[in-house]
Ligand binder design. Structure first.
Ligand SMILES: CC(=O)SCCNC(=O)CCNC(=O)[C@H](O)C(C)(C)COP(=O)(O)OP(=O)(O)OC[C@H]1O[C@@H](n2cnc3c(N)ncnc32)[C@H](O)[C@@H]1OP(=O)(O)O
Ligand SMILES: O=CC(=O)O
Ligand SMILES: [Mg+2]
Length: 571
């Protein structure tokens, strides 16, 4: 379903001649998202020309890379396992390093992440974290409003003029005078089109829109005020192969050339968050060696990707989601190998996100949650990670303390922790099946979380607190694909001693009961006003689908697209 704004559909055509209102666009570009005079500050003719040129130059390469993903999927579905590529052994074994880290981001011990929402941007930049990763991806619903307001917010943030007036609380938010976190921006993954902007008749690649608009409007101010002559800085999500990193590298080179800055100005940290990518870490760094700012363990998408990659391998079923933590052998091996790879190539090895968030109304539970976060971060810093992620400002002091206690006055551990002890990590380590059991409660929790996350996402909120944990697109994906997998193989829930098998019938009953529980928990009023029923339909359809959808957000995307009638941007 692609929506049309009701005002356009229901209003009788006016006989009055209206003045021209619309975006001034270059040849071949059509904007079908709502016109807004403020948005026009971002969607300028020159900025859209920049985006259109990126799309035209790279669309063929991207299409090819996506075809290769499909081929790989077919191979895995026919029983093949991902592994190291013999053809690029010379890259893995070669002695080379990436360009030195820009001094502005040598110290990244705590990074806060969050959607590109105005108040959260200010809070994150003021939070005391070293870096703020502003997210167009896992934490954001990619609605037209969120995306373009997000770009406006970032522009104001980079210019230092961002403010937010919370009238209900009579509070004005502004940036601190000093000690502002350094900004990294995460565009969407390669797989997501943006159906509000058409270039030569086809939707623009979401990531090129996010990257292009942010770079175009901010490169100069960012380098002057934040990057110490470098930048802008990016996080790159969900890649599966080094050929995708090569495209990003070419995008960066093109952007640098267009505005006339030195090659290697732009820097990016790649999230290793798909199973195939763990076998390509050297190759990915090699492709981006002039533009690299290291790698990050995107642990939640990584678990999702493990299930997705092995969707046709019933011998590799996962236990309950809560049991698949960083101490499982395959997860520890992934983090260790990432650290060794990054430090060998002279770049940061960033840790991932602990999902716990502060629990305000229960001090005991709050302390227990903080303790779990501390343990997770201690494991990371001891293993050699140079920094890590925090989902909430309330966690920063504890995480900072753990990293600072361990690293002392060093900005990072790139040259002090080499991890030669893990040089022999093998394919079998990275693929080892996690241990644990499956339970009815696991099935129920996946159902409750999946539906509530989808309900929030449909109404424009891409990260939410649920049952005292941060949930976003990556964590919700685990819930979805796990249910799909359990249904497909009618697995036995072996952890509760009941021996029940997961079937369509059982899942139907669970959905009904969990919807009742959600209604009781959120209250009837919120339930009726929200999109829980729609979310339930979408989520359950995806869980029982005969073939696994590649991404929950790709399938759900059409539900949030609102087109103005074609040509309305030039009315
Ligand atoms: C798997 C991955 O990709 S992880 C990376 C992507 N995911 C994310 O970035 C999630 C980031 N975190 C969040 O979105 C939020 O912390 C949530 C949704 C989990 C919880 O949010 P809330 O329920 O609003 O938290 P809470 O009510 O405790 O917030 C307290 C204050 O902290 C602020 N805050 C909370 N999280 C953040 C954040 N990540 N960045 C900046 N400010 C934040 C709130 O805006 C609020 O500010 P205020 O007191 O000025 O009003
Ligand atoms: O993006 C991070 C993840 O864990 O997924
Ligand atoms: Mg992710």
């Amino acid at each position: 379903m692609v929506g049309f704004e009701s005002s356009f559909v229901e209003t009788a055509p006016s006989k009055e001649r209206r003045p021209f209102v619309g975006y001034d666009l270059p040849e071949g570009v059509d904007i079908r998202g709502r016109y807004d005079a403020e948005f026009a500050r971002i969607l300028t003719k020159d900025a859209m020309q920049f985006v259109a040129d990126l799309q035209r130059e790279f669309r063929g390469h991207i299409r090819y890379a996506m075809e290769c993903r499909k081929d790989a999927k077919m191979r895995y579905n026919s029983g093949a396992l991902p592994g190291f590529d013999p053809a690029t052994k010379y890259v893995r074994e070669g002695e080379w390093v990436c360009s030195p880290t820009p001094p502005a981001v040598a110290d990244r011990r705590v990074e806060i992440t969050g959607p590109v929402e105005r108040k959260m941007i200010i809070n994150a930049l003021n939070s005391g974290a070293k870096v703020f990763m502003a997210d167009f991806e896992d934490a954001l619903t990619p609605s037209w409003e969120n995306l373009i307001r997000g770009q406006l917010n970032l522009k104001d943030a980079v210019n230092g003029t961002i403010s937010f007036n919370d009238k209900a609380r009579n509070r004005v938010y502004k940036l601190n005078d000093g000690n502002i976190a350094k900004l990294f921006v995460r565009p969407r993954g390669w797989h997501l089109p943006d159906s509000h902007v058409f270039i030569d008749g086809e939707p623009v690649k979401g990531c090129l829109l996010d990257f292009g608009l942010y770079f175009f409007h901010n490169w100069s101010a960012f380098r002057r005020t934040q990057g110490g002559g470098f930048g802008p800085f990016f996080y790159l999500p969900k890649m599966e192969h080094s050929r995708e990193a090569k495209i990003w590298n070419s995008v960066f080179e093109r952007a640098e050339k267009v505005v006339g800055i030195a090659k290697g100005s732009i820097r990016a940290t790649v999230l290793i968050e798909t199973l195939p990518a763990v076998f390509q870490m050297d190759e990915i760094l090699y492709e981006l060696r002039d533009h690299s700012a290291g790698l990050n363990c995107g642990r939640w998408d990584y678990i999702f990707s493990y299930i997705k990659t092995f969707q046709a391998h019933p011998d590799r079923l996962l236990p309950d989601r809560v049991q698949v933590g960083m101490t499982q052998h395959f997860m520890r091996s992934y983090s260790d190998l990432l650290i060794r790879t990054c430090h060998r190539r002279g770049v940061h090895a960033m840790g991932g996100m602990a999902a716990q968030i502060p629990i305000r109304d229960d001090p005991k539970a709050n302390e227990a949650a903080l303790d779990l976060v501390r343990k997770d971060k201690l494991r990371e810093v001891r293993a050699g990670h140079d920094g890590t992620w925090a989902a909430h400002p309330g966690l920063i002091p504890a995480i900072m303390e753990v990293f600072t206690d361990h690293m002392r006055n060093k900005a990072n551990q790139i040259h002090s922790v080499k991890r030669e002890d893990v040089a022999n990590i093998a394919e079998t380590d990275l693929l080892q099946i996690p241990r644990g059991v499956r339970t009815m409660e696991g099935l129920r929790l996946n159902t409750r979380v999946g539906i509530q996350y989808m309900a929030a996402w449909l109404t424009g909120t891409g990260s939410v607190p649920l049952y005292n944990l941060m949930e976003d697109a990556a964590t919700a994906e685990i819930s979805r694909v796990q249910i799909w997998q359990w249904l497909k193989y009618e697995v036995e829930l072996d952890g509760d001693g009941l021996g029940v098998r997961v079937s369509r019938d059982l899942f139907g009953r669970v959905v009904e009961e969990e919807m009742g529980r959600i209604e009781r928990e959120v209250g009837r009023d919120k339930f009726n006003k929200g999109m829980y029923v729609e979310a339930c339909k979408i989520f359950t359809k995806q869980c029982i689908s005969p073939t696994l959808d590649d991404f929950l957000t790709l399938d759900a995307y059409n539900h949030i697209v609102i087109h103005h009638p074609i040509g309305s941007s030039n009315l």
